[in-house]
Ligand binder design. Structure first.
Ligand code: ARG
Length: 459
C-alpha cells in the first residue's frame, strides 16, 4: 500500500522492513499531548487566516479533544504503519472527523511540527526537573542545619586536609545543585522559541500570524530564520548538558558517600531503604542507589555526546538523522526525573556519625595550617613556619604520635615562639571558626549560607 502522506510520487511501495526501521512511533509517542496541543493552536491560526471556516475549526478541535482523551486513557492505538506520532494523530483524527482532518496540515511541515513538539517537551520537563532539584536542595540545607556543630576531616588528594563543619560539606553539594537548578531554567528558556510557521524550511505560502500560535502555546519568542529553525537542536544539547552536569554532581555525591560509608572510613550510616544485601555474604550492605547514580552518569553523558555527534556535519536543513535526537533526550529526561526524588529522600535519611568524627579529627595533623599560622601571626615568615610545622609532623610520624600527643616542650624544641596558648590552635574543633573569609567553614559563614539558601528556596 502506498503512503498516504507522501505516496503520490512513488510507483512501488517501500519494503516493510525499511518502513519499520524508519518508524519513530516507538519512542515519539511520548510527544502525543504536545502534538495535539500544537494541532489545536495551528488550526486556530489557520482559522484566523481564513483558511478554515468556524465550523471546520470547531469540528477539528472537538475531534482533537477526543484523540487527547484516548491518549490520556491509554486507549489510543499507535500504529507502526503510520510512521510517527504526527501521522498517527492525523490518522486517528481522520477516522473521527473524516477528510477534513487533512486540512490541519495546511501551511505546515512535519519539520517545523516535530521541532515544535520537542521544544514543548523540553521546556515543560526542564521546569519540572528544576522543581525537583529545589526539593533536593532543601534536603541538603536541612542536613546542614542539623549538623552545623559537627566537625569532620576534609580531603585533598584523598589525604586529610583541614577540619571543616559537616554542614560545610552538605552546603557544598547544595551549591552544585543550586547551579543545576539555574541551568534547567536556562534550558527551558533556550527551548522557549517557536519554530512553527517555518514549514519545511522556507516558510509557508499562507498569511499565518505566528504570534497567534506562539501565544496559544506559551512561547516566549518566535524563530527568526526558518532554515535554522527546522534543523536547530541546540536547545536539546543545552538540556542534555544540564542533565549531564546534574548527574556529574549526583555521581560525586554518590562517590563521597560510598567512601564515607565504607568499613575503612565508617563515618556515614546509609539508610537501609536504599541499600541491598548480598546473596552470599551475609554482612553486606551495598550502596546500590549511589552506585546507580554513578553508573547512570555514563549513560546520560552518552546521550549528550550522541546528540552532539548527530548534529555535527549535518547539512542544512532537516535531515532524517534528526529523528534520533529524541531517544537520548527522552532517556536523559526520564533518568533525571527518576533520580531526583530518590536522591532527595536518601539525603534526608543519611546520617553522619558525628561522635566518631569528633574523635577522628583529633587524631592526625588536620590543624597543621593553624599551627603554621600561629607562628606567622607571631612574626615568622609563613614559608619558614610551614617548614617548622612540616618538621614537627615528620617527628610525630617517626615517633608514632599525632598533634594530640604534643607537649609544649616538644613544640618549643622546634621554635621558641610556641607558648601555652598554642594548644588552642591545635584543637581541631576550634579550627573552623578561625576562618575569617566569606564562604568559609566558620559557623557564622555557614549560618549565613543556610539563611541565604532558605530565603532563596522560599521565594
Ligand atoms: N519523525 C520525524 C522526526 O522525528 C518527523 C519529521 C519528519 N520529516 C521528514 N521530512 N521526514 O524527525
Amino acid at each position: 500500500m502506498k503512503n498516504k502522506a507522501w505516496g503520490g510520487r512513488f510507483k512501488a511501495a517501500q519494503t516493510k522492513a525499511f518502513l519499520e526501521y524508519g518508524a519513530s512511533i516507538g519512542f515519539d509517542k511520548k510527544l502525543a499531548e504536545y502534538d495535539i496541543m500544537q494541532n489545536v493552536a495551528h488550526a486556530t491560526a489557520l482559522h484566523k487566516a481564513r483558511i478554515l471556516t468556524p465550523t471546520e475549526l470547531k469540528k477539528i478541535v472537538s475531534g482533537l479533544k477526543k484523540v487527547a482523551a484516548e491518549v490520556r486513557a491509554g486507549k489510543f492505538k499507535f500504529r507502526t504503519e503510520d510512521e510517527d506520532i504526527h501521522m498517527n494523530i492525523e490518522r486517528r483524527l481522520t477516522e473521527i472527523i473524516g477528510p477534513l482532518a487533512g486540512k490541519v496540515h495546511t501551511g505546515r511541515s512535519r519539520n517545523d511540527q516535530v521541532a515544535t513538539d520537542v521544544r514543548l517537551y523540553t521546556r515543560e520537563n526542564a521546569i519540572a526537573i528544576a522543581g525537583f532539584i529545589a526539593g533536593l536542595r532543601r534536603a541538603f540545607v536541612a542536613q546542614a542545619e542539623k549538623n552545623v556543630d559537627a566537625v569532620m576531616p576534609s580531603y585533598t588528594h584523598m589525604q586529610q586536609a583541614q577540619p571543616i563543619r559537616v554542614a560545610h560539606w552538605f552546603m557544598a553539594y547544595h551549591e552544585m545543585f543550586r547551579r543545576d537548578e539555574e541551568r534547567f531554567h536556562l534550558a527551558a528558556h533556550g527551548a522557549n522559541v517557536m519554530p512553527l510557521g517555518s514549514g519545511a524550511l522556507a516558510g509557508v505560502n499562507y498569511p499565518i500570524d505566528r504570534r497567534v500560535t506562539a501565544n496559544l502555546l506559551g512561547f516566549g519568542a518566535i524563530s527568526a530564520n526558518s532554515l535554522d529553525a527546522v534543523s536547530d537542536r541546540d536547545f536539546a544539547v543545552e538540556f542534555l548538558t544540564a542533565v549531564a552536569l546534574l548527574f556529574a554532581h549526583l555521581s560525586r555525591f554518590a562517590e563521597d558517600v560510598i567512601i564515607y560509608s565504607s568499613s575503612e572510613f565508617g563515618c556515614v550510616d546509609l539508610p537501609d531503604e536504599y541499600c541491598t544485601g548480598s546473596s552470599i555474604m551475609p554482612q553486606k550492605k551495598n550502596p546500590d542507589l549511589l552506585e546507580l547514580f554513578r553508573g547512570k552518569t555514563g549513560r546520560v553523558n552518552g546521550n549528550l555526546i550522541s546528540l552532539l555527534t548527530i548534529i555535527k556535519g549535518l547539512p542544512l536543513a532537516y535531515n532524517k538523522d534528526l529523528q534520533e535526537d529524541k531517544i537520548g533526550l527522552f532517556d536523559s529526561c526520564e533518568q533525571a526525573l527518576a533520580a531526583l526524588p530518590l536522591a532527595t529522600d536518601f539525603v534526608k535519611k543519611m546520617k553522619f556519625r558525628t561522635k566518631l568524627l569528633e574523635g577522628r579529627v583529633k587524631n592526625g595533623f588536620l590543624t597543621a595550617v593553624d599551627l603554621a599560622d600561629y607562628l606567622a601571626l607571631r612574626g615568622m615568615p609563613f614559608r619558614e613556619a610551614h617548614h617548622v610545622v612540616g618538621a614537627i609532623v615528620r617527628e610525630c610520624e617517626e615517633k608514632g604520635m599525632t598533634f594530640a600527643d604534643m607537649t609544649l616542650k616538644h613544640l618549643q624544641a622546634h621554635s621558641p615562639l610556641f607558648k601555652k596558648d598554642v594548644f588552642d590552635y591545635l584543637d581541631p574543633t576550634k579550627s573552623p571558626d578561625r576562618k575569617k573569609t566569606f564562604g568559609s567553614t566558620a559557623k557564622k559563614e555557614i549560618l549565613e549560607q543556610i539563611h541565604a539558601a532558605k530565603h532563596e528556596l522560599d521565594k
